[in-house]
Design a protein around this ligand. Structure first.
Ligand code: NFA
Length: 101
């Protein structure tokens, strides 16, 4: 049995990849009422009023704030839904998305 050669199967590459994640970002503006921003954050991103107030204030003070992180389709849908909610009331409220590194 000295010549027996063990041929190993080439290792299969792991095929399950982590989905890329995207941040939804709230941008500050000078016109949208604070209460309205909080209401949108609660309804679209399912935050409590306390959480939503903190995020709103962070965006108000810093210019922008990360609201949440999702897969791309979900991030796009939420950002659009929240931006549309502002537009339907005539507010310039804006949410963007950004790839998380
Ligand atoms: N800056 C707005 C105001 O003073 C509130 C706001 C916060 C708007 C966060 C947009 C984002 N009414």
């Amino acid at each position: 049995m000295a010549d027996t050669e063990i041929v190993r199967k080439p290792k299969a590459k792991p095929r399950v990849e982590r989905p890329k994640l995207y941040k939804v970002i709230l941008l500050n503006d000078d016109f949208t009422p604070r209460d309205f921003v909080v209401t949108v954050l609660c309804s679209v991103f399912r935050m409590t009023e306390d959480e939503a107030s903190l995020v709103m204030l962070a965006a108000h003070r810093q210019g922008a704030c990360v609201v949440a992180v999702y897969t791309r389709e979900v991030a796009e849908m939420k950002a659009e839904e929240a931006t549309d909610a502002g537009r339907s009331w005539g507010y310039p409220l804006a949410f963007t998305i950004e790839r998380e590194d």
